[in-house]
Ligand binder design. Structure first.
Ligand code: HEC
Length: 246
């Protein structure tokens, strides 16, 4: 029990240390919730549909995703197991790696651990800050990943994003100022729906980065309940001992 308690404490400390990492660009907080199974399931579907073409999760097995997300194996294989022969296969693609690196100027990295490396807020912001830039090979650039090689693969959902400016008076002089990224409204989703869809995807990436987090979190709660009950008995015992002294 002591060992497990230390594991929980170490987890808390390490996630606090990760959260403290410095960034130059402002990052939006990813509204993720690892206890929300439906969000994780929607995120898994997003990943399989929009990311697996280029990126793998070579350290995650389909069976693990299905089990942790509460998806029966046969349903999972039929709806999500695009690249699986067996349910125990890793989430890989058959993309020609060397060609991808040539086409995009950089190889698409494996995404199993990306949430641990970059942090969920970075990915949440990254997928929401592509913007039109005709000088780039795929016509888009990115706010947190300048000169990125990845195309804006979620454009059909978001619409065409662009850096919006407004003319405002600065010291009495009309000046063009940046007012953030807007879209042309041609996407299938509204801005709120798009943010929600990206949050689901980031939620799933966060889970895959550390699948045992789902377990350690519930273990932490059990430890707290145990301590609470233990306290009641310790308190009653103390009263019992001191009763005769007074
Ligand atoms: C058409 C191929 C392609 C698809 C599809 C694609 N990506 Fe990428 N992605 C890339 C490439 C290429 C890079 C490397 C960019 C670079 O280094 O300039 C990249 C980089 C990334 C990175 C940055 C990784 C890092 O730490 O440097 C993240 C995060 C990412 N992709 C997430 C996603 C997600 C999530 C999806 C699905 C919504 C997705 N990608 C779909 C090609 C793709």
């Amino acid at each position: 029990m002591i060992k497990k308690l230390f594991t929980v404490l170490a987890l808390v400390a390490s996630s606090a240390a990760m959260a403290a990492g410095g960034h130059t660009v402002h990052l939006d907080k990813a509204p993720i919730d690892l206890t929300d199974k439906e969000s994780l399931q929607r995120g898994a579907r997003m990943f399989q549909n929009y990311c697996l073409g280029c990126h793998q999760m070579q350290y995650q097995r389909y069976s693990r995703t299905f089990r942790d997300l509460g998806i029966p194996d046969d349903v999972g294989m039929a709806t999500l197991g695009f690249t699986a022969n067996k349910v125990g296969d890793h989430i890989k693609n058959a993309a020609p790696k060397a060609d991808l690196a040539n086409w995009f100027g950089a190889a698409p990295p494996d995404l199993t651990n990306v949430a641990r490396v970059r942090g969920p807020d970075w990915i949440y912001t990254y997928l929401r800050t592509f913007y039109a830039d005709p000088s780039r090979p795929f016509g888009v650039n990115n706010e947190v990943f300048p000169l990125v090689g990845m195309p804006h693969v979620l454009q059909e959902l978001q619409g065409i994003p662009y850096k919006a400016t407004e003319t405002r008076l600065v010291d009495g002089v009309p000046t063009e100022v940046d007012v953030g990224i807007k879209t042309d409204g041609s996407g299938e989703l509204s801005t709120e729906e798009y943010d929600r869809a990206v949050a689901d995807l980031v939620n799933y990436l966060e889970y895959v980065g550390e699948p045992s987090k789902l377990e350690s979190r519930s273990l932490g709660i059990k430890v707290l309940i145990f301590l609470g009950i233990f306290f009641i008995f310790a308190f009653l015992l103390k009263k019992e001992y001191w009763r005769d002294v007074h």
